[in-house]
Design a protein around this ligand. Structure first.
Ligand code: HEC
Ligand code: HEC
Length: 391
């Protein structure tokens, strides 16, 4: 965690405590939510914030499933079903764990885009992000901010908490009510429950557990710039340079040549040959052709329990993902086959801007090494999700 983000998190906690202190003076007996984060937790789980009252944030970001979508709809969890019970989106729901550590959307010193929420960074912060799903017609489907504010105003306990944390007049203006709701949800997402840093890997770093030989080989391969290219994009250090706080992403954008997901397109009615332009479709990027087909490098924390993979959920198994990367490095014929389809790897959805220089770094890997990388990625699972790891 960088100093700035640690400070932001702490500031969030401090603001929560201050607000809580205010409540103890005034509304202690009547306010059921001790902090903005507690209020945010209730909102995160509240299906009344969707049009047909069937869907909350937690529907697609299931707390028991590493805050990812494991509803087992007929999309195979590649894309999510909306509140209308019919519509499917076109992108895979990422785990919301560690999302609080993503820096705001910005350009780095070299002019490269970094950070932001969503696969294309179009929401800069968690607050901006939380305003998206309630108004998205294929997700929670509410008409506008006013409609959301009216649902919040249905509950006296919400009204009390909103006034206590966000000011007496917060319920008078729907835009203010809506903004307060996104702020509360973001406070919840910044709590340690989302970013506990207690995986086997973290315990290994603290000397509490030993890795198996296979996990140790996987770690060595992942960290090595000689045998793999992973750490060129999935940084092994946090943004402040510490090894302990790593989320395994630089938060930068790349096109790694992911193919289309035809099954998802069948469900959501998009044309099979539609292009998801990724970063280039982010309104702040203005269609820049150099950004076509790039997606945000995702964190690899909890990756083993949040299948399927890539922005469109096109791969079901973690091993397939590693084999996909290895097609760039291996001359072997068998490595040109996607084990999930039995066919050659399908062509990239967007052929422009594929970062071959980074992807072709390193040698082909034998099965033992591929399996070791999978074993290492499994160690990045937070302690409470470890029972979800398939044997
Ligand atoms: C219908 C399913 C669905 C619902 C409901 C939903 N999400 Fe999501 N969420 C997604 C999908 C799909 C994405 C990725 C979309 C994209 O990148 O364009 C996403 C992305 C995110 C991200 C970005 C994570 C990252 O690393 O980029 C966060 C955070 C998040 N959602 C939180 C929420 C919150 C908070 C709510 C409730 C206000 C919510 N979601 C409701 C499906 C859903
Ligand atoms: C050039 C940068 C780059 C390199 C090198 C790279 N990745 Fe990635 N990785 C990405 C990006 C970008 C995505 C998302 C791509 C998309 O969805 O279109 C991704 C996606 C993934 C995913 C899927 C995560 C999810 O939640 O869907 C896994 C797992 C992964 N990478 C592991 C690895 C491993 C292991 C290596 C080394 C063998 C590696 N990556 C090398 C940039 C990179």
């Amino acid at each position: 965690m960088t100093g700035i983000y640690r400070a932001l998190l702490l500031a969030g906690v401090a603001a929560g405590m201050l607000a809580a202190a205010r409540v103890t003076v005034g509304l202690a007996d009547t306010n059921p939510y001790a902090t903005p984060a507690k209020l945010g937790e209730a909102l995160f789980h509240d299906p009344n914030l969707s049009k047909n009252r069937t869907q909350s944030c937690a529907t697609c970001h299931m707390p028991a499933r590493a805050f990812s979508d494991r509803n087992d709809t007929h999309s195979g969890n590649a894309v999510s079903l909306g509140d209308d019970g019919r519509s499917f989106g076109d992108r895979n729901a990422p785990s919301a764990t560690y999302a609080a550590l993503t820096p705001p959307f910005h350009r780095d010193g070299d002019g490269a885009w970094v950070g932001g929420q969503f696969w294309d960074g179009r929401a800069s912060t968690l607050e901006d992000q939380a305003g998206g799903p309630p108004l998205n017609p294929v997700e929670m489907g509410m008409a506008d901010e006013k409609a959301v504010a009216a649902r919040i105003a249905e509950r006296a306990d919400y009204i009390k908490a909103f006034k206590a944390f966000y000011g007496r007049d917060v319920m008078a203006d729907p835009a203010k009510t809506f903004a307060a709701a996104t702020s509360a949800i973001a406070s919840f997402e910044r709590t340690p429950a989302f970013s506990p840093f207690d995986s086997r890997y973290d315990r290994y770093l603290r000397g509490e557990v030993k890795f198996t030989d296979q996990e140790e080989l996987g770690r060595t391969l992942f960290f090595s710039k000689q045998f793999t290219n992973c750490s060129l994009c999935h940084d092994v250090k946090a943004r402040d340079g510490r090894i302990e706080g790593a989320t395994f992403t630089s938060y930068k954008y790349f096109n790694i040549g992911v193919p289309r997901n035809p099954d998802a397109r069948k469900l959501n009615g998009a044309k099979p040959d539609d292009l998801d332009l990724g970063l280039a479709a982010n309104p702040h990027v203005g269609g820049d052709p150099r950004e076509r087909g790039k997606f945000k490098t995702p964190s690899l924390r909890n990756v083993a329990v949040s299948a399927p993979y890539m922005h469109n959920g096109v791969f079901n198994d973690l091993k397939t993902v590693i084999l996909f990367y290895n097609k760039y490095n291996s001359k072997k014929k068998s490595r040109q086959i996607n084990p999930e389809t039995g066919q050659r790897w399908a062509a990239p959805e967007v052929a422009d801007n594929i970062d071959l220089e980074k992807l072709e770094t390193g040698p082909g890997l034998d099965d033992q090494r591929i399996d070791a990388l999978v074993a290492f990625l499994r160690t990045l699972t937070d302690r409470r999700f470890e029972p979800l790891l398939e044997k």
